[in-house]
Ligand binder design. Structure first.
Ligand SMILES: Nc1ncnc2c1ncn2[C@@H]1O[C@H](COP(=O)(O)OP(=O)(O)OP(=O)(O)O)[C@@H](O)[C@H]1O
Length: 254
């Protein structure tokens, strides 16, 4: 579980996050949504320990980040997996080498043990017969599976995903969403996903945090998001192509 209290973060005197308070439960897919420039990426980077907030606290299963020693902060960061936008695989490394990379960086395991773990996670993300391929030789959906395998290979307690669906066709996007949800439940991970995608909200939005201009404007789950009368949220929901059609049909019937 991650508990965020009164988080403030700015740059060069401009405040970007303006006092965010929320919680992200373990074993759940938590989504951060909001309009462009609302501070979603800055928030995710604060959760990853990449940005230091000016005020407020982030507490990971009882450990408040700012109260930890540098060594403890490093240990905590090693318990975090990250799926980057666009997958961010190493082009010159094979699928197997990409997934093994965090194990080589952060553990002192024997090569055979590392390989066994790599094959285990590649199987889990249903990626067979691609171990020796380069990223350029596999599809975008397969690259995303490799990125997920690489993010979970060290058995992280926290998984952060930045726009995991960007660049994927809608069908593949749903498969990837559900894979992340299944992994979150199976391994009891606290997962936080930054997304623009209303399909993801519908599919896996167990907790949704909506940011607007650096404020937490609304939070709830995927059933509540269609019942809220918060205008910023309804504008966002119905600006997606999928729901524009639904709304237009409703207006026509009136
Ligand atoms: N390192 C930085 N230095 C200065 N300003 C920054 C930095 N990172 C982000 N910002 C500013 O913070 C604001 C919020 O940016 P952020 O990337 O978090 O938005 P976002 O909600 O993720 O948008 P998008 O959906 O378009 O990716 C923007 O005005 C951006 O210019």
């Amino acid at each position: 579980m991650i508990e965020v209290t009164n988080l403030h973060k700015g740059f060069n005197g401009e405040e970007i996050l303006k006092g965010i308070t929320t919680t992200f439960d373990r074993g759940k897919t938590n989504l951060i949504i909001g309009t462009s420039g609302s501070g979603k990426t800055v928030f995710l980077k604060c959760l990853l320990g990449l940005f230091t907030p000016e005020q407020g606290a982030i507490c990971y299963d009882g450990s408040t980040y700012s109260e930890l020693s540098e060594e403890q902060q490093r240990d905590l960061r090693e318990q975090m997996g990250m799926v980057f936008q666009g997958s961010a695989l190493f082009d010159s490394m094979t699928v197997e080498e990409n997934v093994m990379f965090p194990l080589m960086m952060f553990t002192k395991q024997k090569k055979d043990d590392m390989l066994e773990r790599v094959h285990e996670v590649l199987n889990r993300v249903n990626l067979e017969n691609a171990n020796n391929k380069l990223p350029s030789e596999i599809s975008g959906g397969m690259q995303k599976r490799v990125a997920i395998a690489r993010a979970i290979v060290t058995r992280p307690k926290y998984l952060f995903c930045d726009e995991p669906n960007s660049g994927l066709d809608p069908r593949t996007a749903i498969v990837i969403d559900n894979l992340i949800k299944e992994i979150t439940e199976e391994y009891d991970i606290t997962t936080v996903i930054n997304t623009h995608d209303m399909n993801s909200v519908m599919e896996i939005g167990e907790k949704i945090v909506f940011l607007k201009n650096g404020y937490l404007e609304w939070e709830g789950d995927k059933s509540q998001i269609f019942k809220t009368d918060n205008k910023a949220v309804t504008d966002f929901v119905y600006s997606s192509n999928l729901f524009k059609k639904v709304r237009d049909a409703q207006i026509k019937r009136l």
